[in-house]
Design a protein around this ligand. Structure first.
Ligand SMILES: C[C@H](O)[C@H](O)[C@H]1CNC2=NC(N)=NC(=O)C2=N1
Length: 139
């Protein structure tokens, strides 16, 4: 008899235990950034790759030390308005992206945890919170 997923008992080490609570955009958005002043390990490439599934519009750098999202804004004023929205969020979270505005409306948002020289969960929390801001008109 095949056991349905719902009445299967999870035991440590069983394959159903693996990824029992996968992170998604909602769990990341419900989280708060944890103050980071170093002394904690960066996420491994595998951990980062797993978290990328929650933020599909973002790109993982080849060295797995940062994530980025690039968008073409309507115009310069729209791009600056988005920077301002992101700055409010970054201050609330006390985790700050690098923001590059080039070619008058190309906005590249990069996240890395400077204190540890690589990625932490904070980067994914902020990325997941930035996404809804970008899907609304800025002004
Ligand atoms: C204590 C507080 O978490 C730190 O000073 C924060 C501020 N904002 C930050 N932002 C980013 N991106 N990386 C950091 O390491 C960082 N450190």
């Amino acid at each position: 008899m095949t056991m349905s997923k719902s009445n299967r008992t999870d035991s440590p080490g069983s394959d159903s235990q693996e990824n029992a609570n996968p992170e998604n955009a909602d769990t990341l958005r419900a989280a708060k950034c944890v103050p980071c002043e170093g002394g904690v390990p960066t996420l491994s490439r595998d951990e980062a790759t797993e978290l990328m599934k929650a933020i599909p519009d973002w790109e993982l750098a080849a060295d797995a030390k940062r994530i980025s999202r690039t968008l073409k804004c309507r115009n310069f004023v729209d791009a600056v308005a988005r920077i301002n929205q992101i700055s409010v969020l970054a201050e609330e979270e006390q985790h700050h992206p690098d923001l590059h505005l080039t070619g008058y409306r190309m906005l590249k948002i990069e996240l890395t945890t400077h204190a540890i020289g690589g990625l932490s969960r904070n980067d994914f929390v902020v990325a997941a919170k930035i996404d809804p801001l970008l899907s609304q008109p800025s002004v």
